[in-house]
Each structure stands twice: as C-alpha cells, then as structure tokens.
Design a protein around this ligand. Structure first.
Ligand SMILES: [Zn+2]
Length: 363
C-alpha cells in the first residue's frame, strides 16, 4: 500500500478517502493489524484458570474457568492422544465422563477411550473442532478399551475403527454391536446430557433397531464425521450465568424426515471452498465473551495434577474464587456476526439446500 501510494501521489486523496471508508467499516482493522488469534492464545495455555468453575459464551464461541482434568488412566478409561492436552473440562463434564465409564463398564462395555474434551481454559482450538470451547463437550471413541493398557505411543498413534461406510453412509455390517447401542443409551440417560452427536449412519442404525424405550433417541443427533467417536454435550451448569445454552432438541425420536435428509445427495456435496478459513481460525479475543480475557489472564494451579479430578464430585486444589465479577455482557460481540458461516452442530437440520463444508477428519 505504501509503495503504491508513493508511486501514485495524485491519487493520494482518493486513497486516503478510501482508507477512511474502509476503516469506518472496520475492514481494515482485521486485515492490517496483527491481532492475535484467540486459538493461539488459548492453544498455548497448558493449565486451567484457577477460579470457580464457570463457562462463558457458547459451545463454539467461549471459554471456561476452573477446569479440571480427567486422569490419564482410570480403572475404566484411558485418555487418547494425550499430547493434545485436551482432557480438561468443566468439573461437571469430567465427573460425568468418569461416571459414564463406570456405568458403561457395569453394562458390559470394557472401558472408555476418551478423545478430546477441551483445552485447559477452553476457547477455540488450534486444530479440529468448532465446539468444545466451554468445557461441556467430550468425544468418546466407539472402540472399546483394549484389555491390555495402551502405551503413550499407542494412544498417540492407534487408529480408530471407522464404523460407517463412506459411500453408503450406513454402518458397516458386523461392526455395530448391541453393546454400542447400550453405551449410547447409557450416555443419553443422564439428565445433564442434552445431545449426543453421531454419524447419520449410526443414528439410522439406532432408529432401525432400538425397541422398547425409544425416548432417548431424541438426544442422538446426526452430524458429519463422528464415525469413530460420539460426542457428548451437557447443558450449561449452575454457577455459569454467562453460559449460553442451546435450544432443546425436538421431542420426537428424530428418525423421520430430518434423518432422511442425510441420505440424500445434498449433505455430501463437495465443499466449494474447502480452504476457506473456519470461524475458529479467525476469532480474536474481541469475538469471544469479554470474560475470556480474564480467564486467559487468570493464574494457573501449580501443576496439572493439582487440578486433576479424582472422583467424589469435588476437584482438588482449585480455588473457589469466581472469575472477577464482570458486568453481564452480551455473549456475542457484534464483530462475530462477520465471521463466515460454517457447518454447525447447533443448527437444526437444514430444510433447504445450503453448501456446507465437511468437517475435517477427527472433528
Ligand atoms: Zn466432538
């Protein structure tokens, strides 16, 4: 810009005027300043914010304080991909995962392989998910825990079993077992669990095979990906007045028309612009609830162990001081509206054709 302005002195007033207009519209700010990305700031945090547990914002646009970790190993679970450091969550989420592991084990599932929960302070992630930002989402593999403990290396490298045929979008014959159904039913049984995201093929399998009580199918929501893991989402927890909840799922089992849409061509059309940046790649702190800056700046515990959950419903060593009481702000600043739309697990199944990008593998 400087060079062209120098070489075209006659146009300077015009350019200056244009600059002012652009600045007024706010377009220049993002393009010319190196505003740090929220994902880099949150992605760099190794430990949680010491404060009373509280979620700020929405599943795909927020952060949380008072995070606790699930231990790397338990009698009925193992944490996968440990180098990602995403075994953190709101204490209610971590307690629920631990409880699910015990209940599922009692149901005959060998144990949970736990995928991503959240970064220590939540926020947008460097890679992968759009959500998982407020400590209330957790991914669980559909592969049962092996009988022999996995080494750290195996946890990093072991590949998951894809349950769904990429072409037909149907569950691969022989892979789906009654114990998978029992596991999802158990996960859906907890009142705090609002949604469970699965591949449409898995939803269809359940729709076609579950007999007796089908009321829990309401919580099982079809979504792209989720063919080797399922995704548990719990609701906003007490003590989080700035947590923005999600609309309730429809009361029916979701096996009718909305599911049929997934077996048309429309949801699987190639993304016309696969390289376009995603919302999480562009967010700055200005796009997040303002309390997230406080969360980012809050002190850390002495170690990960000091904020690791060991059962009993009470995390240890995490102080009960709330993040400084800040005025209740609108959770979504106006700038956020300018972020590009992308496939969203929060939207109802579209009724009309809109191009939706496929999520990256591993989302
Ligand atoms: Zn997930």
């Amino acid at each position: 810009m400087t060079t062209s302005m120098r070489s075209l002195p006659g146009r300077r007033p015009f350019l200056t005027a244009m600059m002012s207009i652009l600045a007024l519209t706010g377009l220049v700010a993002g393009a010319l300043t190196a505003e740090p990305r929220a994902k880099d700031l949150f992605g760099a945090k190794k430990l949680p914010a010491v404060a009373a547990a509280q979620s700020f914002g929405f599943y795909s646009k927020g952060c949380f304080a008072g995070g606790v970790a699930i231990p790397m190993d338990g009698p009925t679970w193992e944490v996968m991909r440990p180098s990602r450091n995403r075994r953190w969550g709101h204490p209610a989420m971590i307690a629920l995962v631990e409880k699910l592991s015990r209940d599922a084990h009692a149901d005959g599932w060998p144990g949970l392989l736990i995928g991503d929960i959240s970064q220590p302070r939540g926020g947008p992630m460097l890679t992968g998910h759009a959500s998982h930002q407020i400590g209330l989402d957790a991914d669980i593999w559909l592969t049962p825990m092996p009988s022999r403990p996995l080494s750290t290396r195996q946890r990093e490298e072991m590949s998951a079993t894809l349950m769904v045929d990429e072409k037909t979008h149907l569950v691969k014959d022989g892979l789906w077992k009654p114990m998978h159904t029992r596991l999802l039913k158990r996960a859906a049984s907890y009142p705090e669990v609002e949604r469970i995201l699965v591949n449409p093929g898995i939803k269809k399998k359940l729709c076609d095979t579950v007999t007796g009580d089908r009321s829990w199918l309401r919580k099982i929501r079809p979504f792209w990906g989720h063919d080797y893991h399922f995704h548990i989402r719990i609701g906003c927890q007490p003590g989080s007045p700035n947590c923005k909840g999600q609309a309730a799922t429809p009361a029916d089992d979701g096996c009718g028309k909305p599911l049929a849409w997934w077996f048309t061509e429309e949801p699987w059309r190639p993304n016309k612009n696969p390289d376009a940046p995603k919302a999480r790649d562009l967010m700055t702190m200005a796009n997040l609830p303002r309390q997230c800056q406080t969360v980012l700046d809050a002190p850390a515990p002495a170690s990960a162990e000091a904020a690791t959950y060991h059962g009993g419903g009470v995390p240890i060593a995490v102080a009960a001081e709330p993040v400084e009481a800040l005025p209740t702000a609108p959770e979504v600043p106006s700038g956020a509206a300018a972020l590009p739309a992308s496939a969203s697990a929060f939207a109802p199944t579209p009724e009309i054709g809109i191009p939706l990008p496929r999520p990256r593998p591993g989302n």
